[in-house]
Design a protein around this ligand. Sequence first.
Ligand code: NI
Length: 173
Amino acid sequence: PVLRKEAEEVPMDYPDLKQLVANMFETMYNADGVGLAAPQVGLSLRLLVIDADVMGDDFPECKGFKRAMINPVFLEKSEEEVSMEEGCLSLPGVHEKVGNKIRVKYLDEDLKEHEETVEGFAARVVQHECEHLEGHVFIDNISGIRRQLNKSKLNSIIKGTARCSYKAKAVGK
Ligand code: NI
């Protein structure tokens, strides 16, 4: 249910914020992910971590792209005709193609404000994680037909019978 809920703003006096950010990076690396949003670890907070450096060979914009984003806000969002694979640690084994470019404002783990334009695959990762903060998952954006094709995988995730290489908790029975 936390994945489907709009996440709360992170209060400026949130205790042990840096430790939480460090833990989220560790959890993400452990699952070989390039991004992780707080709702994916059961916390309804507007906080996400990204390290897309591993994609750097295929997508140069991802080289060194490591960020913690607290209370991120989109200033601009432009859809592009780029096509790239998208997946989610909360939906193991399900991948779809999408792409775009964004301008985002956020606080880092030191609560320092940043504003930057992010493009290509890195933009897609930021947007993917931000969608988690709105209670959306990426399959919400795809057509009914594509969703139908992933239906059995999605059902097995809900039932908890889907296999993946990291610890995951099923939402269903
Ligand atoms: Ni995800």
